[in-house]
Write a new protein. Structure first.
Length: 279
């Protein structure tokens, strides 16, 4: 029993050392250049190392050996069961290998998978899944097989910035031109907002358009561009607050629905408004 425990301890030590070495080696590589196939290879290496350690430990027990011999005698049934259970897993792993080899996208790149309704930044890739961080700061964990079958739009080749739409409604009584100028200046002057114009001397750093003449007010629309998604989340939050503050300072009102509650109405007033009371 003591020898068995020593063997298990040795295997665990080698497994832990292997995991540590993999993290160090791949960590050094990823520091120099983040490549999606490096992430996948690191994940795959960890899985293979864990499987080898599990097989080695299982081989130390007589009961496990007997069970393995029994299963091997009914190999056709075993293959059928394992094949059915692992069908989706194998599809994800194989798709991961194909994505890692073809590299339709890389870490940090902006992608749009229209068939899945997902847009965002590629954050990680494991043996089975690809992780995409959306522009709403949610992490979508997508099976590799789903991405491999989908049309992936990669918009990162010539643009390293993140853009997010911003809409603000102003009342019909407000000065529209003044509201557009205040919104434009508020966005343009925010320190995290970047200028994406090819020639900064042409046009405005930020454009504001009239999107719609709505039932409750005039909807203005612009785009907030930043260097990364974290900056964009912060910028959009602060800019909304600053727009409200700057609108208040110049008397521009943001419309909202009002609810009037009438109490103590007489029977005659109710009848004039078409309301009848039933006993």
């Amino acid at each position: 029993m003591q020898i068995l425990l020593i063997k298990i301890a040795v295997i665990v030590v080698f497994w832990s050392g292997g995991m540590f070495a993999l993290n160090k080696i791949f960590g050094m590589i990823l520091k120099r250049k983040e490549q999606i196939h490096i992430k996948f290879l690191r994940s795959m290496s960890k899985v293979v190392l864990t499987i080898i350690a599990f097989i080695c430990i299982s081989g130390l027990f007589n009961t496990t050996k007997a069970l393995s011999a029994t299963l091997l005698t009914s190999s056709s049934l075993l293959v059928a069961i394992v094949g059915f259970a692992a069908q989706q897993v194998l599809a994800d792993v194989i798709s991961g290998v194909m994505l890692s080899w073809s590299r339709p996208f890389n870490l940090g790149e902006k992608v749009n998978i229209s068939s899945l309704g997902i847009s965002g930044i590629v954050e990680d890739m494991t043996v089975r899944h690809t992780v995409i961080r959306t522009y709403h700061n949610s992490r979508m964990i997508i099976p590799n097989s789903g991405i491999n079958k989908a049309i992936v739009e990669n918009s990162n080749y010539n643009n390293d910035y993140i853009g997010n739409y911003m809409e603000v409604s102003v009342s019909y009584e407000s000065n529209l031109e003044q509201a557009i100028e205040v919104m434009r200046e508020t966005i343009a002057s925010y320190p995290l907002v970047v200028d994406i114009r090819p020639d900064p001397s042409e046009g405005n750093k930020v454009n504001v358009a009239v999107k719609e003449l709505g039932d409750d007010g005039i909807i203005l629309k612009s785009t907030v561009w930043t260097k990364n998604i974290d900056d964009n989340f912060t910028a959009c939050s602060d800019i909304r607050r600053l727009i409200k503050k700057n609108f208040d300072a110049v008397g521009i009102s943001i419309p909202y629905r009002h609810v009037h509650v009438v109490t103590g109405s007489s029977e005659k007033e109710l009848e004039q408004n078409g309301i009848t009371e039933k006993q």
